[in-house]
Design a protein around this ligand. Structure first.
Ligand code: PRP
Length: 196
């Protein structure tokens, strides 16, 4: 079986850069929730919610950089891209417990058009959390279709390049790369030709 690194055009964010940024984000989050962002009336731990599957590596590293009591849970949603129209997102796996009156931090790997996050935020707000914030590893504002508020951003990618690695996939692959890289154009263009 071939390796996957040769399918990467260039490394955009190296493992050490990711690790350093995650450490700073974790420290910032801990500081914020210690000094005012926490609103849970019963003082329960922060609830970190990962959106499957892309957020897994980021969440795994981020939670270990947050020096606070916390719990984590996951939600899986079907993307509007898979045959549904924008704005419509179906829940495949819901949270295990109620988020009412909890401090909730949503963790995403990437905010692209913003449609997925916009939908999740609406859904979560309707469940009356005490506070609701979003942390994304990557923000791609050039692709934005809906305005969404993101409180913590790891890296902003100013250009519209196809990024994979550290959770981000193309056709479910490349999530296990330890860096964020740009996928070679031939890889997804070949697939488009095969689809025809
Ligand atoms: C990705 C990512 C976000 C969403 C962002 O999920 O994890 O949830 O797309 O795109 P948007 O801002 O344009 O809505 P995807 O549906 O690819 O699922 P995955 O996490 O399992 O890869």
């Amino acid at each position: 079986m071939k390796g996957i690194r040769e399918e990467i055009e260039r490394v955009l964010i190296a493992p050490q850069e990711i690790a350093e940024r995650v450490r700073l984000l974790g420290a910032e989050i801990a500081r914020d929730y210690r000094s005012g962002a926490a609103k849970d009336p019963y003082g329960r731990p922060l609830l970190v919610v990962g959106i499957l599957k892309g957020a897994i590596p980021f969440l795994a590293d981020l939670i270990r950089a947050i020096d606070l009591p916390l719990e984590y849970d996951f939600m899986s949603v079907s993307s509007y891209r898979n045959g549904t129209s924008p704005g419509e997102v179906r829940i495949l796996k819901d949270l295990d417990r109620s988020i009412a009156k909890r401090d909730v931090l949503i963790v995403e790997d990437i905010v692209d058009t913003g449609n997925t996050l916009d939908h999740i935020l609406r859904l979560f707000r309707a469940r009356s959390p005490a506070s609701l914030r979003v942390c994304t590893l990557i923000d791609k504002p050039v692709r934005r279709e809906v305005d969404v508020e993101v409180h913590y951003v790891g890296f902003t990618i100013p250009e519209d390049v196809f990024v994979v690695g550290y959770g981000l996939d193309y056709a479910e692959l490349y999530r296990n790369l330890p860096f964020i890289g740009v996928l070679r154009r031939e890889i997804y263009e070949e697939a488009r030709v095969e689809d025809r």
